[in-house]
Design a protein around this ligand. Structure first.
Ligand code: CA
Length: 431
């Protein structure tokens, strides 16, 4: 079960992979799964440990991993691993934790260790479908206020998890550049639309949920069972062209303003690894209580996550001057009005089937205060108050050469922090 805390989470556990000890993202307590290729070699499954990656295909061939999960570790995607019952993923995690922490295994496992800096990371799964939700209540309020100052939240928001179907084919791993989209825009001073590169390109700070075991068409997943269908999480940037969005979004919602590219962090931080960081879901008043099909006592007690999230920006000039990325916002995941279990259950509630490797985005995770706003639309009040950067540059929206970096770390008292790894991409000019 994803709430199980065992020896793999023990803060005292260390690794013979020395760089893992004290590593801010990939200590031995994390063990996220991914797909990587060592230089010049084929794709394979791996686990991040410190500044290295251990080759799971190699460990299987060597015989170190012989649990039920071993049969799926030679694939070039993680879909089959996601589809395993969580008990089998737990057994695999315990075996890997044992091998990477007990120095008696060092000589045996060392040959399967690669420096991460010499490897290429890929999307972890073949993504069948991608859906993006809107669970960030502060984001929904901030954006709503820009359009409806007196009535920012629409009346359905507190009852139904809002989402739209995104585009799976344009999801890319961290590091793949984002080409500025062109599209139909209607500048306020014109009567008719034009076709031009977006001038209001933005990012959205989100979490991505990787679907584990799917459900058959016509058979909804109950809220009590939903966590068993979540394989793990990543960071997700839902790039958004605000000018294209403003002209096209009514009456059917986002379309070309958002489907030109979506960036995810390539490591899958498992629900097993996140067990110590689960906390109460955000509280609601009795009058805002969710309908029974979205209500579960355990989900209310443990459906929240203790995650710190931030966004940094690195402009072309900052890069040229050798400066570090500049943090433009910092917050946490407490603004989730709907839990991960609730969005998964809601998605299947009409009988819609999810498949292993499907991707669900949470929606932008903003805080109530400006320091924690998760998009430029909010930070700059729709471009009217540009942010200042340490070079003296300002930004209303993203410019060519700007790189956006998302960061996420799970942290709670008495536990070893675990992180998500890089989710970054640079804007390149429109074609
Ligand atoms: Ca979004």
């Amino acid at each position: 079960m994803s709430l199980q805390i065992d020896e793999t989470h023990d803060p005292a556990r260390t690794s013979w992979v020395v760089s893992a000890n004290g590593h801010r993202e990939f200590p031995v307590q994390n063990l996220p799964f991914g797909i990587f290729s060592p230089r010049g070699s084929a794709r394979r499954a791996g686990v991040a440990i410190g500044d290295c990656i251990i080759d799971l295909r190699g460990l299987t061939a060597e015989g170190f991993v012989s649990c039920d999960a071993a049969s799926v570790l030679h694939h070039e995607t993680l879909n089959a691993l996601f589809a395993l019952p969580s008990e089998e993923r737990v057994a695999l995690r315990r075996r890997l934790s044992e091998g990477l922490s007990d120095s008696a295994y060092r000589d045996r496992l060392q040959p399967y260790l690669h420096k991460a800096s010499s490897c290429t990371l890929h999307l972890p799964a073949q993504i069948g479908d991608y859906t993006d939700f809107y669970v960030g209540i502060h984001h929904a309020t901030n954006v709503g206020r820009l359009f409806r100052p007196d009535n920012p939240l629409l009346p359905n928001y507190k009852h139904v998890p809002i989402g739209y179907h995104g585009r799976a084919s344009s999801v890319r791993s961290s590091g793949v550049p984002v080409r500025r989209p062109q599209g139909q825009l209607k500048p306020p001073d014109r009567d008719r639309p034009i076709f031009a590169p977006s001038q209001r390109l933005d990012y959205e700070l989100e979490l991505g949920l990787w679907v584990g075991q799917g459900n058959a068409l016509g058979q909804p997943v109950s809220i009590a069972e939903a966590w068993k269908h979540i394989a793990g999480l990543c960071l997700l940037n839902d790039w958004s062209a605000r000018d294209i969005q403003a002209w096209e979004y009514q009456p059917l919602g986002p379309f070309l303003a958002k489907n030109f590219q979506t960036t995810v962090s390539p490591w899958v931080v498992t629900t097993e690894a996140l067990a110590p960081f689960r906390q109460a879901a955000s509280a609601r008043s009795a009058e805002d209580a969710a309908l029974p099909y979205l209500t579960d006592t355990q989900d209310q007690q443990f459906g929240g996550l203790a995650l710190e999230l931030s966004v940094s920006l690195l402009t072309k000039r900052m890069r040229y001057e050798g400066m570090a990325p500049f943090r433009v916002s910092q917050g946490d995941a407490s603004g989730m009005y709907w839990t991960l279990a609730q969005i998964l259950t809601h998605h299947t509630s009409n009988g819609c089937n999810l498949l292993p490797g499907d991707l669900l985005g949470t929606g932008t995770l903003s805080m109530a205060e400006r320091e924690g706003f998760g998009s430029l639309l909010e930070l700059t009040l729709a471009g009217s108050e540009p942010i200042a950067l340490p070079t003296g540059e300002t930004r209303s929206f993203l410019e060519d050469g700007d790189e956006v970096l998302l960061s996420g770390v799970a942290c709670t008292e008495g536990r070893t922090n675990i992180g998500f790894g890089a989710c970054r991409a640079m804007i390149v000019p429109a074609p």
